[in-house]
Design a protein around this ligand. Structure first.
Ligand code: AKG
Length: 289
């Protein structure tokens, strides 16, 4: 299998010369890995690196678009420090993305920024929510009609512990395997899910198929074991970027990560024909949104 990782030896969040090979690789579903791009923690922020800082009822700590912090169990001082740390990462993640991908400027919609202080190995989840299984991202309650999910991840582990992912095979290979097994789309069922507020808007055929891929992959233990994949330790003090709706991935171990999600209309990509929407539409043979 061709490598799904492109290693980029830069140590600055501002990329000076955008590189076509990196852009094409990212849009083909590869992971851009910056092993020497570190997020500098302030001395005073080291105390924020503890799992107890998260509200145990919440999965992550997040800073929303309006600057509101959610999911923290900390007192006022720590809440402020968390918001500043996560906000600084948000700025740097945007600097990286806009300098790496200048065509996306003005086209990206910022989603909340998350801080994940929990040790991956200790999380208990249902199979469907278990990100230790290879998957492409698709969300049951939030249909996105093919809008892209671009993510910047940063391992801030203070003890040098890597965040270990598995990275799977290209999207088209995944789709060719799981589309034939997908349940057919039902417009009637999509309307019912919306009426019951299970989904925030009408689930499109695209969203249905992406969920079928997500669930198909996670539910197939044989596939989890035997699919083309590599184990990828993302070092402490490193950053990686991918379209997580396209790159097959899972997280096996690690602790303390910052993550920024940005959304992009597939039509605004350098090459819209490489998007999951274009690939699934081609494979299905009819419009999906
Ligand atoms: C996801 O957010 O889709 C993941 O698979 C989790 C990645 C991680 O926590 O490292």
């Amino acid at each position: 299998m061709e490598s799904q990782i492109i290693e980029i030896d830069l140590a600055d969040w501002q990329v000076n010369a955008p590189n076509q090979e990196w852009i094409a690789g990212l849009e083909a579903g590869k992971v851009l890995y910056f092993p020497h791009l570190a997020f500098e923690l302030l001395e005073s922020e080291l105390s924020l690196l503890t799992p107890e800082i998260r509200d145990p009822k919440k999965r992550n700590i997040s800073l929303d678009e309006r600057g509101h912090l959610k999911g923290a169990a900390a007192g006022v001082d720590n809440q402020l420090a968390l918001a500043l740390m996560i906000g600084r990462f948000r700025e740097q993640a945007q600097t990286l993305v806009y300098s790496l991908l200048p065509k996306y400027r003005g086209q990206l919609r910022l989603a909340p920024t998350s801080y994940r202080p929990t040790q991956v190995e200790t999380r208990t989840q249902s199979w469907r929510a278990d990100d230790r299984r290879l998957h492409v991202d698709a969300f049951p309650s939030r249909p996105n009609y093919g809008e892209r999910i671009l993510r910047v991840f940063c391992n801030i582990n203070p003890d040098g512990v890597p965040r270990v992912w598995r990275v799977g095979e290209p999207f088209e290979t995944v789709a060719a395997k799981f589309l034939p097994r997908a349940k057919p789309y039902s417009r009637w069922q999509a309307s019912a899910l919306k009426a019951l507020h299970v989904t925030k808007s009408l689930r499109s055929e695209y969203d249905h198929l992406m969920l079928q891929l997500h669930d198909g992959m996670k539910g197939d233990l044989e596939y989890q074991k035997n699919a083309g994949q590599i184990t990828m330790p993302f070092a402490a003090g490193s950053v990686w970027v991918c379209f997580s709706d396209q790159a097959s991935h899972s997280v096996m171990s690690g602790q303390y990560m910052l993550e920024q999600t940005l959304h992009l209309a597939a039509a605004k990509q350098y090459d819209p024909s490489s998007s999951p929407l274009a690939i699934l539409t081609r494979l299905a043979g009819h419009p999906l949104v």
